[in-house]
Design a protein around this ligand. Structure first.
Ligand code: AMP
Ligand code: ZN
Length: 491
């Protein structure tokens, strides 16, 4: 029996989908103004594990994960300077209604158009997701492809009196939705998030917590769409929250079984999604809410300015495989905060390599020895199922995997169980070769290759040869290919 900790009730609940043949799941996806960092990837690994667990347990699931390519604003640099850095939490609140669209910000910095920014980071995100071995969701909708659906929902909210128009925006009136504060477990008086007095707010806003559904009169914004209401064209762009309500409804109907996101969304984004959806489509919007806690790096919050918002290229540059990172994520329960250090990633790499090597040995011994099946394996199967059914408890599930590896059961049974469990872990345990290269050596080799490239471009072939020798001393041959120089271990 699958149990899911439901953020809405703050309790572990038995999972009973509306239709077991069509479990619906929506994951708040990436804002494509930059590369996915390892915090984002923790959230999407959780989504992938939920998907795999449900399929393992025999459910059919329709997974939708969006790309946010418009409307998600952050503070401008000037606003940031004005804001006090008082918050000690590992979650940095950077979402705002009065800042600058994240894609527009990247566009200004790089000279690309916001459309090009979106194209670039969606392409890179899909590559990263493949490297992380995420199963492909049924749909990956983009906010800009669903402007009409968002406008339709805004019109419905206006018609029902849940929204109002000022001189610059259409707002959601949070006072109209009685349950607005329930989800975040806050009272209106306590609610400080999103209401920062240091920066100016629209004087026409009725309540500080009201949030923007549509912005107009912003000629500086590149992405704009016509929006005609009662003969007036409110040309502009959508707020961030409305896209998820509109796209979730479009692809999954109502209510949705499971909705995921990072814990930062419990305070603002998800209450807003609920407020936009329930008055129009009925209650509840979502039946099971599931949130991942935040990832910190060296016990500090991650941030572009801190230089610790690592992405998969940084992971690879240190000689790690993205699947080492995947293993690392599985070592902590998604609902507890996790701290990333290079040391802990190294420990995950060692563990994953050990499993892969064991698999190889097992496979070799399988062909040589008989494969008696006297041992009982159902106790491991049961234990594994218990772990994944306990709100997707991956550390527990991994410990069952290790128990199997160290057990006395037959080789054939071991292999069978490990393959079976890997349907949930997604670590490619049966396909991957062990990584035998020490990250420090990998780094040294990359430096040698770079130095050699330089020497070659200066036609200093003697130095180039010396560098080749240097690599040989480390046990590696340098091989020049059309895609650059690679190294290969000398056996
Ligand atoms: P964004 O690209 O900002 O829209 O975020 C995409 C997803 O990543 C959201 O569900 C966030 O809550 C989640 N997220 C962002 N930062 C972190 C972090 N440091 N740890 C875990 N999840 C995060
Ligand atoms: Zn969302």
């Amino acid at each position: 029996m699958l149990k899911i900790y439901n953020t809405a009730s703050r309790k572990q609940e038995v999972f009973a989908p509306l239709d077991p043949n069509k479990v619906t799941m929506y994951n708040c996806g990436l804002t494509v103004y930059d590369r996915a960092h390892i915090g984002n990837l923790r959230s999407f690994t959780m989504a992938d594990i939920i998907r795999r667990t449900l399929e393992y347990l025999g459910y059919k699931i329709i997974q939708v994960q969006n790309f946010t390519d418009v409307g998600h604003e952050t503070f401008t640099d000037e606003q940031k300077a004005k804001l006090s850095q008082a918050t000690q939490s590992s979650i940095e609140i950077t979402d705002t209604d009065v800042g600058i669209d994240r894609l527009e910000k990247t566009s200004k910095r790089t000279g690309m158009t916001p459309w090009e920014v979106a194209e670039l980071y969606i392409r890179l995100a899909i590559q990263d997701y493949q490297a992380m071995n995420f199963l492909e969701p049924a749909h990956r909708p983009r906010a800009t492809e669903h402007i009409k659906e968002q406008q339709d929902l805004i019109l419905k909210l206006l018609a029902k009196g849940y929204a109002y128009i000022t001189n610059s925006a259409i707002y959601y009136d949070t006072n109209k939705f009685e349950k607005y504060w329930n989800f975040a477990g806050q009272k209106a008086e306590d609610k400080k998030v999103g209401v920062r007095t240091e920066i100016e707010v629209d004087p026409e806003k009725r309540n500080p917590s009201d949030f923007r559904l549509w912005q107009f009169n912003r000629p500086d914004h590149t992405m704009q769409w016509d929006f005609i209401i009662d003969g007036v064209n409110y040309r502009g762009y959508p707020g961030w929250h409305i896209e998820c309500s509109a796209m979730a409804h479009t692809y999954l109907g109502h209510p949705i079984d499971i909705h995921t996101g990072g814990a930062d969304h419990i305070a603002v984004h998800h209450p807003n999604e609920i407020a936009q959806s329930e008055p129009i489509y009925g209650e509840p919007y979502v039946r099971y809410w599931y949130h991942n806690a935040f990832l910190t790096v060296d016990n500090k919050k991650m941030g572009k300015s801190l230089g610790n918002a690592y992405n998969l290229d940084d992971i690879r540059a240190k000689g790690f495989d993205p699947l080492d990172l995947r293993y690392f994520y599985l070592t902590a329960d998604f609902r507890t905060p996790q701290n990333f250090t290079w040391q802990s990633l190294k420990a995950s790499q060692v563990a994953r390599n050990k499993i892969i090597r064991t698999m190889k040995e097992l496979k070799q011994s399988l062909s040589e020895k008989d494969n008696n099946q006297d041992h009982v394996t159902y106790q491991y199967e049961e234990k594994f199922k218990e772990a994944i059914e306990d709100s997707f408890n991956m550390p527990k599930a991994l410990s069952v995997l290790w128990e199997v590896i160290n057990s006395e059961i037959s080789v054939k049974q071991k292999l069978h169980l490990i393959y079976d469990f890997d349907r949930v872990f997604g670590l490619k345990l049966s396909e991957t070769e062990p990584d035998t290269i020490d990250p420090d050596i990998h780094k040294k080799l990359l430096t040698i290759i770079a130095q050699r490239d330089k020497a070659k471009s200066k036609k200093d072939f003697q130095q180039a040869d010396e560098l080749r020798e240097k690599a040989r001393k480390l046990g590696f041959e340098l091989i020049d290919t059309p895609k650059g120089t690679k190294y290969q271990q000398i056996i």
